[in-house]
Design a protein around this ligand. Structure first.
Ligand code: 5GP
Length: 175
């Protein structure tokens, strides 16, 4: 099987992550510790790179969700399967996602986290399929807008494959 076609190169990702980290560091300067919540599994590489480039105090947490499916159709309903380990009350929170598609996952997370009385909840996603978004969800920091294609690499998988590719790729249909 051939490698996925490069959609966003390793160096383009790196440049954009630098820019996002600089902007986030500026926006949260002098606001105390920022709680970064990575949404497993897809965000683990993005979160690792982003968090190491911040120049502000930060604390790392992870959360895991799963989408309810009816057969192969995703219903849009989301379920929490792993929660953060520490209270976020009074803290500034940044949810770090790999990709926003319909937006249901991020909306669920924002609502759930806001109900815990943090100082603020903002969102950062590496990728956004803007044409597929079904719900009104605020993305505060965005890496790249992409078309409606299934992407892999840099943490994202296809059936658990290709997560550790250094670039964002698109799987080409078999000839
Ligand atoms: P949403 O709730 O926004 O529809 O879905 C977000 C989740 O769908 C992402 O966190 C990711 O797990 C999955 N997803 C959506 N599009 C893609 C894609 O192109 N590639 C991969 N690997 N996952 C995707």
């Amino acid at each position: 099987m051939q490698n996925p076609k490069v959609l966003i190169s390793e160096s383009d990702i790196s440049t954009r992550v630098d820019e996002l980290a600089a902007q986030i560091s500026k926006d949260y300067a002098n606001k105390g510790e920022l709680v970064l919540i990575g949404v497993l599994k897809g965000s683990f590489i993005f979160l690792a790179d982003l968090s190491r480039r911040l120049s502000i105090p930060r604390h790392i947490e992870f959360i895991a969700v799963s989408s309810y499916e009816h057969g192969s159709i995703r219903s849009g309903a989301v379920r929490l399967v792993m929660d953060v380990r520490r209270s976020i009350e009074g803290k500034h929170v940044l949810v770090v996602e790999d990709i926003v598609d319909t937006g249901h996952t991020l909306l669920y997370l924002i609502d759930m986290l806001k109900s815990r009385n943090p100082a603020s909840v903002k969102t950062c996603t590496l990728l956004h399929k803007a044409h597929r978004t079904e719900v009104d969800v605020e993305i505060d920091y965005l890496g790249f807008n992409i078309a409606d294609e299934w992407v892999v690499g840099y943490g994202l998988d296809y059936d658990e494959k290709d997560r550790t590719l250094p670039y964002i790729g698109v799987i080409e249909p078999e000839e």
